[in-house]
Write a protein that binds this ligand. Sequence first.
Ligand SMILES: Nc1ncnc2c1ncn2[C@@H]1O[C@H](COP(=O)(O)OP(=O)(O)OP(=O)(O)O)[C@@H](O)[C@H]1O
Ligand SMILES: [Mg+2]
Length: 463
Amino acid sequence: MRRQSIQTKIVLPFLLLFAPISIFVPLITVELFAWKYSEQFIKETQGWLNVIMETGFIREPIEKVKQAYSVEVMIFSSDFTLNGSTLTDLPYDEQLRDNLIEVLRLKQVKESFQNEIDSPITQDVTLGGKHYKVFYRAVQLGRIYCLLRPMETIADAKRTLTLYMLGIAIVVTALVALISHRIGKNITEPIKDLVGFTEQVAEGNLEEQCEVKTHDEIGDLTIAFNQMTEELKQSRDKLIQAERLATAGKMSASFAHEIRNPLSSMRMLSQMLMQKPETSDEQQKSLQYILEEIERIDNIVKGLMDFASPTKLNLELQSLTPVLQSVLTLMEANLTHHQIELSLDLASDFPDFNFDADKIKQAFMNVVLNAMEAMPQGGTLTISTFQENEMVCIRVCDTGIGISEEDIEHLFEPFFTRKTKGTGLGLANVKRIVEEHNGTVEIASPLGEGTTVSLWLPMKLQD
Ligand SMILES: Nc1ncnc2c1ncn2[C@@H]1O[C@H](COP(=O)(O)OP(=O)(O)OP(=O)(O)O)[C@@H](O)[C@H]1O
Ligand SMILES: [Mg+2]
């Protein structure tokens, strides 16, 4: 089937409906008007004829009647001989008696007079190239009095009216076409935008939103489509993140495995060398240094292994505050050493809930370590906990260097780090642990105001 645009589908029915209406209605109106006008014309002329008969005006010369009423007059004797006529300039053959009998149908008229038919006799004739309506009257001695009224006025009026009506019909049709075109455009333009946007989305561009131009069903459709695109983007991002995590996990697992074994041999050998009496002080120092570095590598490997092979959660109904306190006790010395002031606001009024203490400790420690590392010149570390609806929030605020807008969206990617000695696995692990608890992590870093990390954990853990 031929493809038709919505615009054509709107404009075409309007035109098909209005064009015939706007042509036929005026034509019918003109015909009705002409019919009414002609009725009036006949009545009026009959009236004149009555006046002429009743007032004796008939005895006046016919030229006078012609002048008074702007009509032509013809009088025929009983044998149809022309007794008088104001139509003096008729062509010769039209003036002939037989022709006049024929054209004016004098025989039929005479017959109807003899049969005394009451209704006035009229008919349309053409004489000398002009149209007339003829009105007959029987007068004395069987004569026939004919009044010929020119019909040009009716024809002129009809012509003028037809022209006006056709003009109006054309204007109305043009207006209908214009208005329906505008209506069609108003409807189709937002649809076209939406189609263009859909094509973009189909090509994989989920970054943009379609502008909502109308507040109607199409506007609603655009809003719904924008929402769908946004959700699609979010799930695509999640999928990419999950894929990255899975790949990183596999890689990490094999690296960790390969590194750990030689690492423990190196640690063991270094320790043995250190215990030997012949090892000089200088060598002892170097060995100590080697052992510290081995320790650091071991920590990184541990982080990798945590990330690569998440263990099952060991959920227990317990209080959160002591768990956080134990981490802070461990870090106290470190914080003091870095001249970081600790401000605590741990709520004690929310009930115990199910969580894996070790994992939460690990996540919390990562966040506190990041905060500490962000304040090399010292600062304030504010830690608070509170409950909102069915969620518990652990909030860690620092007054450190903050995070650039461009970095914010990469924070949870494995191996994303801005630190020379960082692995970039800290926050990836935090996110994984919190999400295993069905919670969420939020990070805000308003320019120049440090960073706030919020770990939201549900109090009623669902599978
Ligand atoms: N509180 C914070 N203030 C400023 N930057 C932060 C903060 N927390 C995280 N970041 C930024 O996020 C990056 C990623 O953090 P993440 O904890 O994942 O890795 P890391 O700290 O670099 O390395 P790791 O934790 O393995 O030692 C950091 O390198 C740092 O740039
Ligand atoms: Mg970190």
